[in-house]
Write a protein that binds this ligand. Structure first.
Ligand code: MN
Length: 218
């Protein structure tokens, strides 16, 4: 039996709607600029030949019912509501969730300007709130994806607005890595990203999936 220097960190996981079992998370991949209107609002060309990826650590997940802290080292925390794809055994998509890709936009912009990696802007602690997983096929490929802050709608789009659909994203991810059971993929955000401040109440929804809500802690 392995003897540890200190107890290993617990396996990050998501609850599953209607099940006692949990989904064990291996890693979190994220797609950038997968909705044309969001690519344009970020000053990018939406006519890209292939999606691009970045990642967050699995322990950056914040499950529904928990509240992320306002992160250090930023004055411009942004929300990005996203469809999350969950990969199961055999590398197939087994479920879906609502996630929010929290972003330290000032640090990401600085990294872009200097040609540096995005980790400080994207992969920080508690940067990946994610709702419960719904197993099975996507309830409605044309579903509305929406994010409200303090009751006001900030982002609203349709999943069918995605440049790359989930199957296309999975194929592209598999060209770069071997996607494994437990992998989550955040599939990009529609337009309307914007700042969050401590105390803001965030409600993120996709028709047919479990909603996600949290309050940004000071
Ligand atoms: Mn994103």
């Amino acid at each position: 039996m392995t003897q540890w220097l200190f107890p290993p960190a617990p396996t990050p996981s998501l609850p599953i709607v209607g099940e006692a079992r949990r989904f064990p998370v291996r890693r979190v991949l994220c797609v950038g600029q997968n909705y044309a209107a969001h690519a344009r609002e970020m000053g990018a060309d939406p006519n890209k030949p292939a999606p691009f990826f970045f990642s967050k650590p699995a322990d950056a997940l914040v499950v529904d019912g928990a509240d992320p802290a306002y992160p250090s080292a930023t004055a411009n925390l942004h929300h990005e509501v996203e469809l999350v794809v969950a990969v199961g055994e055999g590398g197939a998509i087994v479920g879906w969730a609502v996630g929010v890709d929290l972003t330290r936009r000032d640090l990401q912009s600085e990294a872009k300007a200097k040609g540096r990696p995005w980790e400080a802007g994207k992969a920080f602690d508690q940067s990946a709130p994610c709702g419960a997983l719904t197993l099975g096929v996507l309830p409605d490929p044309d579903a509305v994806i929406e994010l409200k802050v303090n009751g006001e709608t900030r982002q609203s789009g349709r999943l069918s607005d995605m440049i790359w659909d989930p199957a296309g994203i999975l194929a592209q991810a598999n060209a770069l890595w071997t996607v494994q059971p437990g992998d989550l993929i955040f599939t990009g955000t529609p337009e309307g990203v914007g700042p969050l401040v401590p105390g803001d109440r965030v409600e993120a929804t996709i028709d047919g999936l479990a909603p996600l809500s949290f309050t940004v802690q000071p």
